[in-house]
Design a protein around this ligand. Structure first.
Ligand code: FES
Length: 190
């Protein structure tokens, strides 16, 4: 991979003449690693989503150029799989299991409690950018059903009260963080 490509992105045609930094430079080691491995497009897309949180059109276009695929193919593959997201997600991504065991044990009721508390629907993000709610298939821990994951943490045997309590605690923790940083900045500027 050339130095210019690393810094500005191969195929840059925005008229910047290489003056704009490549916003996807962190993906280059992944692209290099999988360059000669056939059938690795899905893995590259997964890694890209891990790095940037979601697959923007610009990111998919960059991957298409770098992997010598058409943008239509990359977009087609990405939209085929439900694991890929195309919009930014909140600080907390709630993955609420709707698999059979969780469904039998009340996952719909849990979903309603989450939607009521956050005032969003499935697939939406709260206006403050804190929470995104997504239904998912079996999370692989059915004995704990109904189950949800928030980012990397798993919460099992959920009830309406329990889920509301968990979300309220996360909200409060963020509010406290904001208060602490406001206090610090006031002290610094005083
Ligand atoms: S069905 Fe929900 S974890 Fe398996």
């Amino acid at each position: 991979m050339s130095q210019e490509k690393q810094e500005h992105g191969h195929g840059c045609d925005c008229g910047c003449h290489g003056e704009q930094p490549n916003p996807f430079v962190e993906l280059n080691p992944v692209l290099d690693h999988y360059a000669d491995i056939p059938g690795s497009l899905i893995t590259v897309l997964q890694k890209a989503q891990e790095l940037y949180g979601f697959l923007s059109i610009e990111l998919m276009r960059y991957i298409a150029i770098e992997t010598h695929n058409s943008i239509a193919k990359v977009y087609g593959v990405a939209t085929f799989y439900t694991q890929f997201r195309f919009e930014p997600v909140g600080k907390y991504l709630i993955m609420l299991c709707q698999g059979t065991a969780c469904h039998v044990n009340g996952s719909k009721m849990i979903e309603e409690a989450v939607m009521d508390f956050l005032e969003i629907k499935e697939g939406e993000t709260t206006p403050d950018g804190l929470f995104t709610l997504n239904n998912v298939a079996c999370l692989g821990c059915c004995s704990l059903s109904p189950v949800m994951m928030i980012n990397d943490d798993t919460y099992g045997q959920l009830t309406k009260d329990k889920v509301t309590h968990i979300l309220a605690e996360l909200k409060e923790a963020v509010n406290n963080e904001a208060t602490v940083s406001e206090t610090v900045s006031q002290e610094v500027t005083a």
